[in-house]
Design a protein around this ligand. Structure first.
Ligand code: PLP
Length: 394
């Protein structure tokens, strides 16, 4: 079969591949401790589920407006106003089948070759492939401190730069940009009006400190910023597939035109659920963030105590990005040399049945990602086993 070039340019997401490997091993009867998961281990709150059932009862089971129901866009506008200090009009907001779809459609709506997209590394695995699928050129910028600095940004901007993608807090590091860091990036961006900014804020409410936003620091950028977010992570609603984007009306209209030809609209029932999530009681968010924070502190300590590993406590999200450079070059008990982070994660899986994702998948060799969206029992046991595996290296 002759596939389109765009398919040959991209690969399946490494996290999906890791999840697949875990499923295979489980099917073979192995008990795997899975720290690869990119979704909350909590159930969707009851009042959100009830809102979906009520919507079905009312017959809200038909196509909705392409960009989502008015009530949901109003709820999103309120949320964004509180967070960014900007009041978006309903035409500046679109709802889609997850934040992932909004990001993909935004790139599809704006990129032609060679359209360059600046992606700070470590990055969420999907960004480079989404850019490639839409005929653009990913420009990966290594960020040893996990956040993009103004001089690194300035060094890679060209006349062909179309977008900078900022993910704060980040998957996989949990690092969030401070107001000062955002101010410094904004100063560079103000000097380059051809560069648009996609701020992916999907983890913004799973935060362990007060976080800032680019638009609250520099509202003058609002005419070239697309904010993307959704209900997946905050409200444990990954399967409902509701995400949103807010930005200049012309860009949002282009996204809507594409969406009208791709999926017509997001799921009507899921939209009703998302209204309940955004406008209802927020106790679920407070409770789950407290649980994540306790797990974060515990796991940072347990992993930090293992000779050869180090990690810092993330500002948000539910991932740790663990530095394992000190272990590269060592030998396993079977006398295999651990050359790379991928060798190490493979060794953890095969020798101790603990699944994590290698840092190279996120553009940053010498690290691995641990998700703490799982129980403390599993985290404790996994850390013990990772410790054993590391101690067995010579
Ligand atoms: N952006 C980042 C950084 C993510 O980690 C994810 C999900 O893993 C998404 C976007 C996509 O979220 P959604 O479920 O809304 O498509």
């Amino acid at each position: 079969m002759l596939l389109a070039q765009r398919v040959n340019r991209i690969k399946p997401s490494p996290s999906t591949a890791a999840a697949q490997r875990v499923r295979e091993l489980k099917a073979q009867g192995h008990e795997i401790l899975d720290l690869t998961v990119g979704e909350p281990d909590f159930d969707t709150p009851d009042h959100v589920k009830a809102a979906a059932v009520e919507a079905i009862g009312r017959g809200e089971t038909k196509y909705t407006p392409v960009n989502g129901i008015q009530e949901l866009r109003a709820a999103i506008a309120d949320r964004l106003a509180r967070r960014h200090g900007i009041r978006y009009t309903p035409e500046q907001i679109t709802v889609s089948g997850g934040a992932k779809q909004v990001i993909f459609l935004a790139l599809m709506a704006t990129l032609d070759a060679p359209g360059e997209v600046i992606i700070p590394a470590p990055y969420w695995v999907s960004y480079p492939d989404m850019v490639l699928a839409n005929d653009g050129t990913p420009v990966i910028v290594d960020c040893p401190s996990f956040t993009l600095t103004p001089d690194r940004l300035a060094a890679v901007i060209t006349a062909d730069t179309r977008w900078l993608i900022l993910n704060t807090p980040s998957n996989p590091t949990g690092a969030a940009y401070t107001a000062g860091e955002l101010r410094a990036l904004a100063d560079v961006l103000l000097a380059h009006p051809q560069v648009w900014v996609l701020t992916d804020e999907i983890y913004d409410e799973i935060a362990y400190e007060r976080l800032s936003t680019l638009l609250s620091v520099e509202p003058r950028l609002a005419d070239r910023v697309l904010v993307t977010n959704g209900v997946s992570k905050t409200y444990a609603m990954t399967g409902w597939r509701i995400g949103y984007g807010a930005g200049p009306a012309e860009l949002v209209a282009a996204i809507n035109t594409l969406q009208s030809q791709i999926s017509s609209c997001p799921s009507s029932v899921s939209q009703a659920a998302a209204v309940a999530a955004l406008t209802g009681d927020q106790e679920f968010v407070r409770e789950t963030v407290a649980v994540y924070q306790a797990r974060r502190d515990r796991t940072v300590k347990l992993l930090g105590d293992i000779p050869g590993l180090s990690c810092t406590a993330p500002s948000g999200g539910f991932y740790l990005f663990v530095n394992c450079k000190a272990l590269l070059g060592r030998r396993t008990p079977a006398s295999q040399v651990i050359h790379t982070d991928e060798d190490l994660t493979h060794y953890f899986l095969e020798s101790q049945q603990v699944a994590v994702i290698h840092g190279t998948a996120y553009g940053t060799p010498g690290y691995f990602r641990v998700s703490f969206a799982t129980s403390t029992d599993i985290l404790d046991e996994s850390c013990q086993r990772i410790g054993r595996a590391c101690a067995d290296l010579s």
